[in-house]
Design a protein around this ligand. Structure first.
Ligand SMILES: Nc1ncnc2c1ncn2[C@@H]1O[C@H](COP(=O)(O)OP(=O)(O)OP(=O)(O)O)[C@@H](O)[C@H]1O
Length: 918
């Protein structure tokens, strides 16, 4: 009653107010002030813009009104820098103190030969070699990723290796882009920086896992990605190329249209090498490092299969399988999780065996492969105490994430999703058994027994066949020697393309040594050691491979004309007037020679246009072409450049100030706790009922371990003789303390959080990620990978982007129905996610702010895009300029802990690790 009265009262009060419509709104159209004719001509709505808008959008006009002399020029705008630090101190002000080209939004990178302009729009990532920028190419109406290599000879040269290897893989082995390897489009030199244009890809698998709060992905995705990566690995094996740095960060999602299944591609061939030119001993990121590399044994493409196994496990677990805080810890974890240890024939020959093992029997067996004692190994892994006594330092030991379980336990006891029906549960546990068997073949200690990509691709986990018994791969079919495929196209301009990878005339003599061990059952195919460029002009002048020397450094007896589009031998000399080359590790590496003629004449060819550098591609020969014979994986003479250098010869630590962003911005909050500030909580799973597969997160309990923190500050332990320019990235700060723990895993949490389109619960970042990743609900695993029907639907659908089977016929097709790419899909009954519940997002990290302001660029010198024949430099060995961070006797500096990387990642993932971990 009161309400009614009130209402009436209100009405009455309104009625008492005289009604005055707003003059502007109800003003008669024919305004008195406006002349009728003019008004008729200018019919339209007049929108009065707010002052702020006028002051910003029309600011130029406003200035002009204030001062008719005002002359606006875009160039006077302050730059929005993408590079940090942005102060130009080197290379006439173009480069910062880290020799990184200072990028700003809208700055062009120009291929002077083709005049193609790459307009920088954003920073995609930073790595050891430089920066990767998202660039717009108007001519092509598309974005590409351009890697701008640091203006340092060693980086430059190693980057050319990447160009060469990738070009070979693309053009020669995968012309139709079917094998999940990033495409290289172009390369050129701009302002003394080698720029490499790649197809633009999306986030990497580490970021995906991270966005999923380190929960494993559904088995469907694990299977899909595994299969795709195997395509790439099969291709690499065929080309006899070892990637050497396979890890989740180097597997990027492709941008895709809705309704298409996700696709990944392998990137970063900056560490790659030919199988018979395995010069570097310090390779692979630690978590993904194979035992033979840890032990200093000869290595082959099998090391990538080990890394691949680690990646597959990580995709499933959300955590690295072997998060070793040091190499000692890494080996310990391998031994514990795998059971067993590296075979005696490896331990007998490996260079670092005594660092990690003691001999408990006779090693004087005639047959190295049978070097065992009463059926048992004659080697026993050192205990922590024994290691400490030998090495005079405590080994860094990381957290125990898996409650000391072996591989089987880790996988089978990974928490299941709640509320699974019995049937689904049974299927999932079956598939886990298949996964365990799959992983066992990959993280096999014996490199000779480790499955090849071809063998792995036929495993039921990949094919989707029901898993019934342990998989026994068929022996490898001998492959066609790569050398037989060599085809050298001659560039019309006189230089020649390197269409082919390998020289037919060099049979990789050092392979013999590799396979003369009875344990190596790899087919003795011969492949050449040369990388194209046969008969090229001046680039390959004799059988020793020396003629193909890239650049002119070398000792006095081995100096050769330097044919380079950029004259890298003096890149910094020009810019800084300092004898940088004097300490170039690459220069020193050139001392190594290949007596048997395994030249490695590189001939990178552009993709958009041939030979954009304007010189014979064959004139590029990477430094490591000169390798001591008989040593694929054998450690030839120590590189003076790298030998005894514990850490990056390139001093990554010195250039790392701005390299925090190897994780994309949206994956990095910028304020994650440092290892030091993180309590050393050591979580361990506990399983009240180990026999029950139906475990959930509640079964994973947390325990504090008293053994202290997992900190292992990149110590500079004993080094290895040959360090790759990227070696600094291969070990990481021991920040695993910030890794989530299985005990934290929420069974309701799902990778769908990454994949669904809509959610008010999503943080902006996740939405952004979803948008950019283009993995939408349309391909959420609940629909595509779970249950039956969806797959069939998809495979029958008209979704194009068919990916016909590639030239590497490595994958069985008979039993499995093809997916939308034409790849065989696993039987849908085997596909299911770990979790399928939607859950509130816990993702909320904000992108890193990367911009800084205030630098004005000085006048630019002429571009350096012409062939230069550089006079040999003789001061390379005289201890010239060291990198800013160099210390002691390590040319180019030892690594220091990265201030930010140490905060970002626990895991190996960061790669921004400069400490040499023992
Ligand atoms: N084609 C691409 N599309 C999108 N982003 C890319 C592409 N290539 C590289 N990136 C981004 O740039 C980062 C660095 O690239 P890359 O790994 O090739 O450089 P790098 O200097 O060799 O790094 P690292 O030190 O990790 O070996 C990648 O982690 C990725 O985030």
């Amino acid at each position: 009653m009161d309400e009614v009265n009130t209402t009436v009262a209100v009405d009455e009060s309104l009625a008492s107010i005289p009604w005055r419509p707003k003059l502007l709104v109800f003003r008669p159209y024919a305004a008195a002030v406006v002349n009728r004719e003019t008004r008729a001509q200018n019919l339209g709505v007049f929108v009065k813009r707010p002052l702020v808008s006028r002051l910003t959008k029309d600011i130029v006009e406003t200035y002009r009104k204030c001062n008719p002399q005002f002359n606006y020029s875009d160039e006077l705008n302050p730059k929005r820098f993408l590079t940090t630090p942005s102060a130009g101190v080197l290379n006439d002000g173009f480069d910062n103190e880290n020799s990184d080209f200072i990028l700003s939004v809208n700055c062009p990178l120009v291929n002077s030969e083709t005049q193609r302009r790459y307009i920088v729009k954003d920073m995609l990532g930073q790595g050891t070699f430089g920066q990767v920028a998202k660039c717009w190419v108007a001519e092509l109406d598309r974005f590409v990723a351009v890697k701008i290599i640091k203006n340092q000879p060693a980086y430059y040269q190693q980057a050319l290796v990447e160009v060469s290897i990738l070009t070979t893989l693309n053009k020669k082995f995968d012309p139709e882009d079917k094998n999940h390897i990033v495409r290289i489009y172009d390369y050129f030199v701009y302002q003394r920086h080698l720029c490499i244009a790649f197809e633009l890809l999306d986030g990497n698998l580490y970021e995906l896992i991270k966005l999923n709060k380190f929960h494993g992905l559904s088995l469907g995705y694990v299977q899909l990605f595994s299969k795709q990566i195997l395509y790439g690995l099969a291709l690499m094996k065929d080309a006899a190329i070892i990637h050497c740095d396979l890890k989740p960060e180097n597997i990027l999602l492709c941008t895709r249209k809705r309704m298409e299944p996700p696709e990944v591609k392998v990137i970063d061939f900056g560490s790659a090498c030919m199988e018979d030119h395995t010069v570097y001993s310090y390779i692979q990121s630690r978590y993904y490092r194979s035992p033979e590399v840890v032990l200093g044994y000869r290595y082959t493409t099998a090391i990538d299969m080990w890394s691949f196994g680690c990646i597959v496990a990580e995709l499933f677990l959300g955590l690295p399988l072997f998060p070793g805080a040091s190499e000692f810890d890494l080996l310990k974890r391998m031994i514990k999780i795998n059971g067993g240890q590296p075979p005696d024939y490896v331990l007998k020959e490996a260079k670092n065996t005594s660092k990690f093992f003691k001999c408990v029997g006779s090693v004087n067996h005639e047959d190295g492969s049978q070097a065992s004692y009463s059926g048992r190994s004659i080697y026993q892994a050192l205990s922590e105490e024994e290691y400490e006594a030998r090495e005079m330092k405590k080994p860094s030991i990381g957290k125990e994430y898996f409650n000391h379980m072996n591989l089987e336990g880790i996988v089978t006891k990974y928490p299941y999703r709640k509320d699974l029906t019995k049937e689904v549960l049974a299927r999932e546990s079956q598939m886990r058994l298949s996964l365990i068997d799959f992983l066992k073949g990959l993280v096999e200690f014996d490199p000779a027994k480790r499955w090849s990509p071809l063998q792995a691709s036929k495993h039921p986990f990949v094919t989707g066949e029901p898993f019934t018994c342990p998989y026994k791969p068929a022996p490898e079919t001998p492959r066609v020697p790569v050398s037989h495929n060599v085809k050298v196209d001659h560039h019309p301009a006189g230089g020649h393309w390197f269409a082919a990878g390998l020289s037919p005339n060099v049979l990789g003599g050092n392979r013999v040594a590799m396979y003369n061990n009875s344990h190596f059952q790899v087919m003795p195919y011969a492949h050449g050691g040369n990388f194209g460029s046969l008969g090229s002009h001046g680039s390959y002048n004799d059988g020793t491979g020396l003629g193909s020397s890239y650049g002119s450094y070398g000792d006095n007896s081995n100096m050769l004309a330097y044919y380079s589009p950029v004259g890298p031998s003096a890149m910094n000399n020009y810019a800084q007037n300092i004898p940088v080359l004097g300490s170039s590790p690459d220069a020193r590496r050139r001392n190594m020679q290949i007596p048997h003629g395994n030249g490695f004449a590189f001939s990178p060819a552009g993709y958009f246009a041939p030979m954009s550098l304007g010189t014979s591609p064959s004139q590029f020969t990477p430094p490591y072409s000169q390798v001591t014979a008989g040593s694929p994986g054998h450690y030839g003479p120590s590189s003076p450049a790298r030998g005894n250098c514990h850490g990056s010869p390139l001093g990554k630590g010195t250039v790392s100030g701005n390299q925090m962003n190897r994780r994309k911005g949206w994956g990095y909050s910028g304020n994650l706790p440092t290892q030091e500030s993180t309590p050393s909580a050591h979580w361990q799973g506990q399983f009240p009922d180990a026999n029950s597969p139906n475990l959930n997160a509640g079964n994973w309990k947390q325990q504090q371990r008293n053994s202290g923190n997992a900190v292992a500050h990149g110590s500079f332990g004993s080094g290895k003789p040959l360090l790759h320019p990227k070696s600094a990235t291969h070990d990481k700060p021991e920040t695993s303390g910030s890794l989530p723990d299985p005990g934290d895993w929420d069974p309701n949490y799902s990778d769908e959080l990454l994949l669904q389109d809509d959610s008010s619960e999503f943080s902006n970042m996740t939405m952004e990620f979803n948008k950019s990743m283009q993995i939408s609900q349309a391909f959420a695993p609940t629909e595509s990978f779970v249950g039956v029907g969806r797959l069939n639907q998809m495979s029958n659908s008209n979704m194009s982007t068919q990916r016909p089977n590639g030239p590497i016929q490595a994958f069985p097709h008979a039993e499995a129905s093809p997916d939308v790419h034409g790849h065989p899909m696993m039987n849908s009954s085997h596909l299911m996610p770990h979790f399928s519940h939607f859950a509130p997002s816990r993702l909320g990290q904000q992108p890193v702010q990367r911009f800084s302001h205030g630098r004005s660029v000085g006048a630019r010198g002429g571009e350096w895009n012409h062939v230069k024949v550089q006079a040999p430099l003789s001061n390379y060995s005289s201890g010239g300029q060291r990198s800013p961070g160099s210390n002691n006797n390590a040319p180019w500096g030892r690594r220091g802990n990265h201030p930010i990387a140490a905060n970002i990642l626990p895991s190996s993932h960061g790669g921004n690790e400069y400490g040499r971990i023992a």
